[in-house]
Every structure is written in C-alpha cells, then in structure tokens.
Design a protein around this ligand. Structure first.
Ligand SMILES: Cc1cc2nc3c(=O)[nH]c(=O)nc-3n(C[C@H](O)[C@H](O)[C@H](O)COP(=O)(O)O)c2cc1C
Length: 261
C-alpha cells in the first residue's frame, strides 16, 4: 500500500543540492597503475621518504570517505627514534616494520562522533544563516540518535528494540547500537583512510605494508591512548628493496567474490 511517509533521511538529501561540483577528468591508466603496483612490501631499501611527501600522503589519507563525515580516526606518524624502536618490537619485529623508513599507527576513534560533532556544530554556527537547516538537524539531532549509545549501551539497546519494531514494516537504519558496533563503525572509516594512505604512497613513488600482527595494547601505551581508542593497523612506508615483495600478487577467481544479483 502506498504511504505518504517520506523515507527517513529524505528531507536531508533533498535540501542539500545547491552546491555544484564537476567531476574532474582523470587518466584512468595512472590510477590503475597505482592500484595494481601497490604491494605489501616486507623489505625496504635505505632510501628515505621525503618529509614533504609523507606529509602530503597523510593529508590525502584524511580525504577518505568516512561515516557522517565525523572522521573517527587518528594517525600517529612515529618520528622519535626511541619510540620507533619500541614500535618495531611491538610489530613483533616483522621485517615490514624493522626495514621501514617510516611508521604510521592508524587509530580508530569510536568516541570521535562526539568530538567531531562539536567541531561540525561550531563550523555550522560560523556559517550562520547560510548553513542549511538539514545540516543543522543532521548534526544536532540525528547524529546523537545514531551514535550516542549511552551508559553501558543502554540507550543503544533501547534504540535497537525501537528500530526492530519499526523495521517490521519499513526499511530502518539499525547499527550501531552498542560498543562493538561503534568500534566497527570507527574501524571501517579508518581502514578506508589507510587505503588512501597506501595508494598515495604508491602514487608518490613509495611502497607500504599494513600490519595487524602487532601488540595493540603496548602500542596504545606507547602513544598514551586510552579506551575507547583502538589500534586499527600500523602502516609502514619506504621504497621497496629488490626482494621487497614475497612473490607475485595472488587473488582467487573474482567470480568467488563479485556477484551480480
Ligand atoms: C588489515 C591488514 C593487516 C595485515 N597485517 C599484516 C602483517 O601484520 N604483516 C604483513 O607482513 N602483512 C600484513 N598484511 C598484508 C597482507 O598480508 C597482504 O595485503 C596480502 O597478503 C595481499 O598481498 P598484497 O597486499 O601484496 O596484494 C595485512 C593486510 C591487511 C589489510
């Protein structure tokens, strides 16, 4: 039966289309080359990564798409030699870390929904009358509804019950509703930024390796991080040595993974 009720986020999207931005032309060959030549490098040469290149790649990482534009991540570029040595041992001495020129710890911040909601509301406040109402509503009301799970996730579980009931008859947003969901929420966006970082390094002529074979607890202590911050991965960077990659890139047949339905 047809209903007059608008889908839950419609008025937000309908009122936000006054800005126009052309999609820039790009050479797909260069992009394909970047993606295809990115390999996980376990042995780096002694050639340094230029500071300005590292900075540029980290800035590009921050341009990754992220949930509600709440940017739930942090990147610690570990530059002090003392800390670097410790980090290498917390990466369990893996060659991808011990031979690397640079090491970056990617941290997922489930708590940043609130920190960056505040920043966003300040930005909206500075825009004054020019700020679209829908944006104010989104960051003022919908964001807390979606991401504030409350004390011991009680609010989240109540929301889950309400959404389950609502969802019987109509498409309904469901996750996140607890601490674990918020962790997944933050890690998704952080991992996308890590991929941006690794592809950027490749485009600048460097190589990288993501690592989760790490002692996350010790790394958190090294960086003075407290829960709910979580280590997403460590990304190493440098120029690959001749024997930098273990072998040819292996992927299973794409028909296992790509489904047209
Ligand atoms: C989340 C994540 C964690 C990883 N952890 C490690 C690691 O601890 N050590 C390592 O040598 N490689 C690690 N890798 C790299 C993978 O082994 C590698 O991506 C995979 O074998 C495919 O090879 P390719 O990246 O060269 O295509 C990790 C990759 C990802 C995405």
């Amino acid at each position: 039966m047809a209903t007059n009720k608008k889908p839950i986020l419609n008025d937000l999207f309908e009122t936000r289309n006054s800005h126009t931005e052309e999609a820039e032309e790009i050479k797909k060959e260069d992009f394909i080359k970047t993606v295809k030549s990115r390999r996980s490098v376990r042995n780096y040469s002694d050639e340094p990564v230029l500071e300005k290149d590292m900075k540029a790649c980290l800035e590009l990482a921050l341009l990754a798409p992220n949930s509600s534009n709440l940017q739930p991540w942090e990147f610690y570029w570990v530059r002090s030699q003392k800390k670097k040595n410790k980090l290498i041992s917390y990466c369990l001495g893996q060659p991808a870390a011990s031979t690397a020129q640079e090491l970056v710890v990617a941290v997922a911040r489930p708590d940043y929904w609130k920190v960056n909601q505040k920043r966003m509301l300040e930005l909206i406040g500075e825009m004054g009358e020019k700020a679209p109402k829908s944006v104010k509503k989104y960051y003022g009301r919908i964001v807390p509804l979606a991401y504030d799970q409350g004390w011991f996730s009680l609010r989240g579980y109540l929301k889950k019950i309400a959404m389950e009931i609502r969802g019987i008859k109509t498409p309904t947003p469901r996750e996140p509703y607890n601490k674990k969901g918020m962790s997944v929420w933050a890690h998704k966006s952080t991992a996308l930024a890590c991929e941006n970082l690794m592809l950027s390094l490749r485009a600048y002529g460097y190589d990288s390796c993501p690592m989760e074979g790490i002692d996350s607890k010790r790394i958190k202590k090294l960086l003075n991080l407290k829960s709910p911050a979580e280590i997403s991965m460590v990304v190493s960077a440098g120029k690959r040595a001749k024997n930098g990659v273990y072998g040819k890139q292996v992927r299973f047949n794409s028909s296992y993974f790509i489904h047209e339905v």
